[in-house]
Design a protein around this ligand. Structure first.
Ligand code: ADP
Ligand code: MN
Length: 516
């Protein structure tokens, strides 16, 4: 396995003829799909196709016979830095254990005891100190770090009188352009002009920039072809270390492999350990969701979180790295609410930065099938429908949440019932678009079950009213949607005027209910 590949090479892996045979995720399978025009228009299909494309290079592995992804003994040790860090971590742990034994021996039953605390070695990666956080965010190679172009003051000039300098000033501009070369990919050779007082004209800079970007894309394409490419992108070294730490601490036994890789997250399967330090019982099998939202996708998704007042105060101050963590945090909070309401969903085990560990829905490394992939008897289909209706109501009323990405893609069929997953984007109903999200969820659910032959399935408008308890009477989609938006607007106006959200909606023409 190549130096940066995620998987540890099995010790006995001989030099195979092709990389496929060595890949711990198994050989990619090619699937062909046939679909209707309606399917072509579907966003989900687009996502699916993208996933399939990715899976061709980085296939999902279920019940893999190949070696595990991370175990305490077996981990990628080809990165010198990481190897050193891991060894140090292990050394520190042994040292501290020895220290504790000595401390115990010396103190015995004595009432006055000596503490060796100050002599303990806590490995930096083993503590959750704020220093760690700083280190995490400020690395030069942080892939999520936003470009920080030097800004010109808004008024467009600096200085006074005859010393006035505008943003178009040739010298200033030239220097800025030179400085901006730093933003090019590290592989891109710009010479050592950065250290000099070099002034690049806009024309030269732009040509250079264009070239740098196309070089970057070209090298990315070349890179793609190498065996480890997609795996490498799936988790960065810092994340790998975080995962290793979980195994090393005994919380997890083994991380066996990847079960899903999407645009926004990678999900791994792991066997739970029997960590003595955590007071929680670790489930025998766990799912590890690693959020890998990059700046681009974060922009697409920010409407979910930006307007979620629970996160509002924090949002503006955050860098992208922290926002990714907030997704993970959001998923954790939402899962906990659901768990408390008794909705079948993964149970949260632990959240570390952007990595969420939860119980695994499935068995023996095989994840439970998504509702879209399973063929249910008409009885089970009906049962599933009523269960979902019930869950949607519970979610709305007891958890005060709207799933906001509810469909047959995010419901698993396991143990004869439906389990809800993927709730990082879930919002409270009073979110500025909360009701629209709910309506979309209702449309997905309603269509799925109507197509699936459940005669009792309510249409999307009936379902919306049944879940929300609202009484929107419009008998067509357009008017219904308009009424929903009017309600949302009323809520927003209320926030403007009172600085508070309504706790519930009412559509009966009554004044909005607000209770403390
Ligand atoms: P995404 O945002 O990438 O859609 P999901 O939370 O939906 O993230 O997870 C992606 C896939 O990983 C799911 O469709 C499911 O197959 C699998 N998965 C996620 N969480 C679990 C879990 N707790 N147990 C089993 N499989 C899971
Ligand atoms: Mn999903």
């Amino acid at each position: 396995m190549d130096s940066v590949g995620v998987a540890a090479a099995a010790p006995d892996a001989g030099p195979g003829p092709a990389w496929q045979s060595k890949c711990p995720w198994g050989a990619p399978s090619t699937t062909s799909i046939s679909c209707s025009l309606a399917d072509v228009m579907s966003e989900q299909l687009a996502k699916e196709l993208q996933l399939e494309e990715e899976n061709a290079a980085f296939p999902e592995v279920v019940a893999a016979a190949e070696g595990p992804f991370i175990t305490a003994e077996n981990i990628d040790t080809s990165s010198d830095l990481m190897l050193a860090q891991m060894l140090q971590m292990e050394f520190d742990r042994e040292y501290d254990a020895q220290l504790r034994r000595e401390e115990k021996k010396i103190n015995g039953d004595s009432k006055v005891s000596i503490s060796f605390e100050n002599y303990r070695k806590v490995h930096p990666y083993d503590s959750d100190s704020s220093e760690d956080e700083v280190d995490w965010q400020d690395t030069r190679h942080d892939p999520y770090r936003a470009d920080k172009p030097t800004t010109t003051p808004r008024r467009g000039f600096i200085g006074k009188g005859k010393d006035i300098t505008t943003k178009h000033d040739e010298v200033v501009c030239g220097r800025k352009n030179t400085a901006r070369m730093e933003n090019f990919a590290p592989e891109f050779q710009v010479g050592d002009g950065i250290g000099m007082d070099l002034k690049l004209s806009n024309q030269v800079f732009n040509a250079l920039k264009q070239h740098a970007y196309s070089e970057e894309r070209r090298s990315a394409r070349l890179h793609e072809k190498k065996e480890h490419s997609t795996a490498e992108k799936a988790v960065d070294p810092k994340t790998r270390l975080l995962l290793y730490k979980m195994v090393n601490s005994g919380m997890l036994e083994t991380i066996t492999g990847c079960i899903s890789t999407g645009k926004e997250s990678v999900v791994f399967h792991a066997y739970g350990g029997n960590s003595a330090t955590e007071d929680k019982v670790i489930p025998p099998e766990c799912a590890i969701k690693v959020f890998k939202t990059t700046l681009n996708e974060f922009k697409n998704r920010d409407k979910y979180i930006k307007d979620d007042y629970r996160f509002k105060d924090r949002f503006s101050k955050l860098n992208p790295r922290k926002i990714i963590r907030m997704w993970a945090e959001k998923e954790m909070h939402n899962l906990t609410r659901m768990q408390n309401a008794g909705i079948p969903c993964p149970q949260v085990v632990i959240l570390k930065k952007h990595v969420l560990v939860m119980s695994f829905i499935g068995q023996d490394q095989v994840p439970a099938p998504k509702l879209k992939d399973v063929t249910l008897s008409s009885d089970d289909m009906k049962k599933a429908y009523y269960q979902i209706l019930n869950m949607m109501q519970q979610l709305y009323r007891e958890c005060n949440l709207v799933h906001a990405d509810l469909s047959e893609y995010n419901m698993l069929w396991h143990d004869g019932k439906v389990w809800l997953i993927d709730v990082s984007q879930s919002v409270e109903p009073t979110h500025p678009h909360g009701l629209e999200f709910l309506f979309r969820d209702c449309r997905n659910v309603s269509q799925f079950f109507q197509k699936g032959g459940v005669a009792e399935a309510l249409n999307e408008r009936e379902l919306f009213n049944a879940v929300s308890g609202l009484n929107i009477t419009a008998d067509n989609e357009v008017d219904f949607q308009a009424e929903i938006e009017a309600l949302e607007k009323m809520n927003e106006d209320h926030v403007q005027n009172h600085g508070k959200k309504l706790s519930t909606f009412s559509s009966d023409g009554d004044p909005p209910i607000y209770d403390e």
